[in-house]
Design a protein around this ligand. Structure first.
Ligand code: OGA
Ligand code: NI
Length: 355
């Protein structure tokens, strides 16, 4: 087959071409605007150490609970990342959510175009890369982002095509919100805070679903699905159907996150780094792409409500641990990414107090 290149229609000039469209064209090379500078390419250097897996069923056993809290503590300290099994969300609910997402991205572009938006403040938006209007180089990803908690407020904004989307995604988002509330209790306990800390703020917190589609890519070594970044919130729960996520450890080495049937990925975000006054750090992660399979991931991003400021817990500020972060909200983060290129600048760095 002769390598097919497409020109202006896929260049970062503000016009819109989805990654799904490019895959359907059966290109043998990625268009130029997807080629990353060598320093940003995935370059295959990754490590296969054991990443932490936590079995949440043990939390119910009074004798085993302290051990699980300790495992969570170590995972949060070392990586800001762990996977959970026996988390209580049925496999069928997870599978339905992946199917609904997949069906959405498979729709013809005419069915999705009305949701296209480059305004990060919109409650529902479909797009490609990070922001097709602003990006200097493109990432091999299509996405649908929408708010979820509480579903009664947001469901009307969600896509009504495919017809099963609201029901299937709705079941998953409610379950993910509940799991998030349980995980926050465990994480607070692991920080020696009261497990009910911020209880109401967390129940009323913001939940953004980042539904991602990474189609098969002809040259996966030259591009990424998402560049290295940290998530803005308290924590993110990720459901994935194939390999592709990588996390960076404290020695700046990349690790592929293994695919474990039925498991969910938990990542700490910037708000947790602030709240813990730096005891825990948000995890730097990126999404790689592959030449064979379309990958779907559903990231449920949990933060305090849009305008609520998060600040270091007073219990975690003392002489040994001086106040190290300024307060910030989800809304402040949105203002930040409206003005900055996240490939170049990190929001958490704006919140650090330099001693
Ligand atoms: C995200 C994200 C990772 C993935 O949406 O913020 O990091 O594996 N996704 O898709
Ligand atoms: Ni992320």
């Amino acid at each position: 087959m002769v390598g097919k290149m497409i020109g202006s229609s896929a260049s970062p000039n503000g016009s819109f071409t989805s990654a799904m469209t490019l895959t359907e064209e059966e290109l043998t090379c990625v268009p130029k605007c997807y080629i990353l500078p060598p320093s940003l390419r995935p370059n295959g250097a990754e490590y296969n150490t054991c990443l932490p897996i936590v079995d949440l069923s043990y939390l119910q056993h009074p004798l085993l609970r302290p051990q699980i809290i300790q495992e969570v503590h170590l995972a949060c300290k070392k990586f800001g990342f762990f996977q959970v099994v026996n988390h209580g969300i049925p496999i069928s609910v997870m599978k339905d959510a992946i199917d609904a997402a997949s069906e959405f991205f498979n729709l013809p572009i005419e069915e999705k175009r009305h949701l296209l938006s480059s305004n990060v403040h919109d409650p529902v938006r479909y797009g490609t890369s990070l922001n097709h209007v602003k990006d200097k180089v493109y990432f091999w990803r299509d996405f649908l982002k929408h708010y979820a908690n509480p579903t009664s407020t947001w469901l009307d904004f969600w896509p009504s095509n495919p017809t099963g989307y609201k029901k299937k995604m709705g079941n998953y988002t409610v379950a993910a919100q509940k799991l998030q509330e349980e995980l926050m209790e465990v994480i607070f306990e692991s920080l020696e805070l009261n497990s009910n800390y911020l209880h109401e703020d967390i129940a009323e917190g913001s939940q953004v679903m980042a539904v991602n589609c990474y189609p098969a890519c002809p040259e996966p070594d030259l591009t990424l699905g998402l560049p290295p970044h940290t998530d803005y919130g308290m924590l993110t729960i990720i459901l994935q159907n194939h390999l592709g996520l990588q996390i960076m450890d404290r020695d700046e080495k990349w690790h592929s996150v293994p695919l474990i049937e039925g498991a969910l990925i938990v990542q700490l975000g910037d708000q947790m780094e602030v709240l813990s006054n730096g005891r825990y750090k948000s995890v730097l992660h990126r999404a790689t792409v592959n030449s064979e399979k379309k990958r779907i991931s559903i990231a449920s991003l949990h933060s305090l409500a849009l305008g609520k400021k998060v600040r270091p817990a007073s219990e975690l500020v003392n002489e040994q641990h001086i106040l190290s972060y300024k307060e910030g909200s989800f809304s402040d983060f949105l203002d930040f990414i409206s003005g900055e290129d996240i490939v170049e600048a990190k929001y958490i760095d704006k919140l650090k107090i330099n001693s």
